[in-house]
Design a protein around this ligand. Structure first.
Ligand SMILES: [Fe+2]
Ligand SMILES: [Fe+2]
Length: 395
């Protein structure tokens, strides 16, 4: 069945241009001049993807996509808006209302490629192999209450003091948040939640709440390289190296939406520990007896799908930004033609490789030259960033 897209914008010339751009595609395309019209279309027959402008009279894009998220959660929600709406747009991605944002003016070919990419990722995450495995899980881990409290405060545009006071009232959370920051960030040390939000921003603190809750839920569990303590160390190391490498290449911090990807990239392994504990023994034994076999092949054979797919499914289900879902899904396949954010995904694969080496383990994969090229660095750059972060690092 052809996929259906609804474009929503209150400017007719934009809708006209979008109709023309998508005229020769395989999609069924509808356009709406208002949020109310778009909702009426959704009522008649839900669309697979909705692309909305941000600033519209009566009901804006954020409100529209929030309704779509609640009533038709499987529809992919994207914002297409002008640069001037940057803050509100970022807010919509932060609170999970939109999966991604694209900016106006757009290039037709690039926009069509982006949309094809959203569909193809959605299909991969909903393929039978992934769904069969997911369906064997009684209940997917839900996000902690604190996350929803914080998101509600971001939506209300509360100030940093108020948000940090709320977090500080929750027992146990302050220590957990500070522990992640002091382990996963290179050269940053904070002593309070207020300082953490000021230095790192709300998006990062919100992502820390998500990841540390899942880590906490499997505390002390697992075995070998699939033990939570080992994964905690590996994930934090990845994050630290990623920040240090990005800073040395670009002389600026990594984009906020991507800042916790090192901590989150192997979250599928936590899901395996949590929900497939009966398979862990077989998986670890398989890894020990065939040290060169790619981990994801063994996972597919034993569990039915890989930790990359499971993790990406979970992040998508939690409505985390598309950029994180993509990185998680492709961190073992960064040259896949479907990858859009090639530089960051390749960089993640490289730091994943080096962080295995940092803990004295032999990675099960190699970094081909094309991956360094996509990341825009050389092997020498990676090694010198490693030595900066770990003075006694040995290649
Ligand atoms: Fe991985
Ligand atoms: Fe990893």
């Amino acid at each position: 069945m052809p996929k259906t897209i609804i474009f929503v914008d209150d400017e007719e010339h934009i809708l006209h241009a979008l109709r023309r751009a998508f005229m020769d595609t395989e999609y069924v395309v509808h356009t709406s001049a208002s949020a109310a019209e778009a909702l009426a279309l959704m009522e008649k027959g839900k669309a697979d993807l909705i692309v909305s402008d941000m600033r519209m009279a009566e009901m804006d894009g954020h409100e529209l996509l929030k309704i779509v998220k609640d009533r038709w959660p499987s529809a992919i929600r994207i914002i297409l808006s002008g640069d001037t709406d940057k803050n509100t747009t970022l807010k919509a991605v932060t609170d999970g209302v939109a999966k991604a944002y694209l900016t106006k003016p757009w290039d037709d070919a690039a926009l069509k490629a982006q949309i094809a990419h959203f569909f193809s990722m959605h299909d991969t995450l909903n393929s039978s192999g992934v769904l069969e495995t997911i369906n064997r899980i009684d209940r997917l881990p839900v996000l902690p209450d604190l996350y929803y409290k914080v998101v509600a405060m971001i939506q209300k545009e509360e100030n940093i003091s108020k948000i940090s006071e709320t977090i500080e009232r929750e027992p146990g959370w302050v220590a957990r948040i500070l522990k992640v920051i002091n382990s996963a960030f290179y050269g940053i040390s904070v002593a309070s939640v207020h300082q953490a939000i000021t230095f790192l921003g709300m998006i990062i603190v919100k992502d820390i709440i998500i990841s540390s809750d899942l880590f906490e839920s499997v505390k002390g569990k697992g075995m070998g390289e699939m033990h939570v303590d080992f994964l905690w160390e590996h994930s934090n190391t990845c994050n630290r190296i990623l920040h240090s490498l990005y800073l040395s290449i670009h002389h600026r911090d990594i984009p906020e939406e991507f800042a916790l990807v090192g901590v989150l990239h192997d979250i599928g392994k936590l899901l395996i520990i949590k929900c497939f504990s009966d398979k862990l023994d077989g998986l670890v034994r398989q890894q020990e007896s065939q040290p060169l076999r790619p981990r994801i092949d063994a996972e597919r054979a034993i569990i039915g799908t890989s930790h990359a797919e499971l993790g990406a499914y979970l992040l998508d289900w939690w409505n985390l930004p598309h950029v994180l879902v993509e990185a998680c899904l492709y961190h073992h396949d960064p040259l896949n033609a479907n990858v859009q954010n090639k530089e960051l995904v390749s960089l993640l694969t490289i730091v994943d490789y080096f962080s295995w080496k940092a803990v004295g383990k032999k990675p099960r994969f190699d970094i081909r030259n094309e991956i360094y090229e996509c990341a825009g660095i050389t092997r020498t750059d990676a090694i010198s960033a490693m030595k900066k972060a770990y003075p006694d690092f040995n290649e």
